[in-house]
Design a protein around this ligand. Structure first.
Ligand code: ADP
Length: 312
């Protein structure tokens, strides 16, 4: 059986068109379009690319966007002031502080400074708490994207075995939360029996777990961690890894995932794998207001991001 590829780009484009439609509807009804503000500290080239793609996706969907670039040397207190200003700015619906921040700034303090109702990354501890209690909130983008890809591809998670490689607070842990938690609650999680593997999982154990998995999600940053012989026939693999490596033939830098794509693809007649190299990111934004309830979604594909808001 040949491997079936989940087309992350196609799913992302579908979502973007849905968001565009919602924004147009809002504007037609006389409401202003939603707005996103992205804050970047320093000028890391990868971060700049991510931000550029987020803004491009906003433009496509009709979402207002702006970015604030701050110097690498900015004091933590000054950055917190910028965030507080955005929290109080009624014209801003979503705030994204691009991570990582420089070492002299405490990431947790920055994440907690973002108003929970504008925290489209879902990194404020209040939103993390809501999420871990199965309550509706902003769900971190990559995990939400993984679930959206599974749902839109019709891959069942209920009662299945899932393995998540990686336990980072922004990626691995929330993916495992969404896969294992109870689907009857607000986060509509996957009800899968979920195993979390991490750097201290011995290789032979990792293999035992992945072999029995119906779904493997890898988010470790280790190229070729997942090879074809570790995968059960008919399993679904979602590769969230983004690794910049040097191509041995051309000498150029290229981006690869955690899964040995060529090996898996070559053995595809033996192993039916649903494989996604590219990452699709999808976010939920929920904002509670006394008069209106406002709901927005952010979606991104390879860090293209967009935001949707509509009144319920
Ligand atoms: P990200 O934020 O993209 O998840 P991090 O670098 O923060 O990336 O986290 C990498 C994760 O991968 C960590 O949770 C780490 O424990 C996990 N990891 C590292 N090596 C292995 C391995 N051999 N098997 C499974 N998980 C691993």
């Amino acid at each position: 059986l040949a491997a079936k590829l989940i087309d992350g780009r196609k799913i992302a484009n579908e979502i973007k068109d849905e968001v565009k439609f919602e924004v147009e509807k809002m504007v037609k009804e006389g409401r202003r379009s939603p707005s996103l503000c992205v804050v970047l500290v320093g000028d890391d080239p990868a971060s700049k690319t991510y931000i550029k793609n987020k803004i491009k996706a906003c433009q496509y969907t009709g979402i207002e966007s702006r970015s604030i670039q701050l110097p690498e040397t900015i004091k933590e207190a000054e950055l917190l002031d910028v965030i507080h200003g955005l929290n109080n700015d009624e014209s801003v619906d979503g705030i994204l502080v691009q991570l990582p921040v420089p070492d002299h700034i405490t990431e947790r303090r920055v994440c907690n400074a973002v108003d929970p109702s504008k925290d489209v990354d879902g990194f404020n501890v209040i939103n993390v708490g809501r999420f871990c209690s199965d309550q509706m909130t902003f769900i971190p983008a990559t995990p939400a994207g993984v679930m959206e890809m599974l749902r839109r591809t019709g891959i069942e998670t209920f009662g299945k075995n899932a393995v998540v490689c990686g336990r980072s607070k922004n990626v691995g842990m929330p993916i495992a939360m969404l896969l294992h938690a109870d689907g009857i609650y607000e986060t509509k999680a996957g009800d899968a029996t979920t195993t979390i593997c991490h750097r201290y999982t011995p290789d032979d154990q990792l293999r035992i777990f992945t072999k029995t998995a119906d779904i493997v999600v890898s988010a470790t940053g280790i190229p070729k961690l997942i090879t074809a012989d570790m995968i059960k026939e008919g399993a679904t693999i979602i590769d969230v890894g983004i690794n910049r490596i040097k191509d041995e033939e051309t000498g150029k830098t290229k981006i690869v995932g955690d899964v040995d794509f060529n090996e898996v693809a070559n053995k595809a007649d033996l192993i039916k794998v649903v494989f996604c190299l590219l990452m699709s990111v999808f976010k939920e934004l929920r904002r509670w207001d006394k008069i209106i309830k406002c709901h927005a979604k952010i979606c991104s594909h390879m860090h293209q991001m967009l935001l949707r808001r509509f009144y319920v």
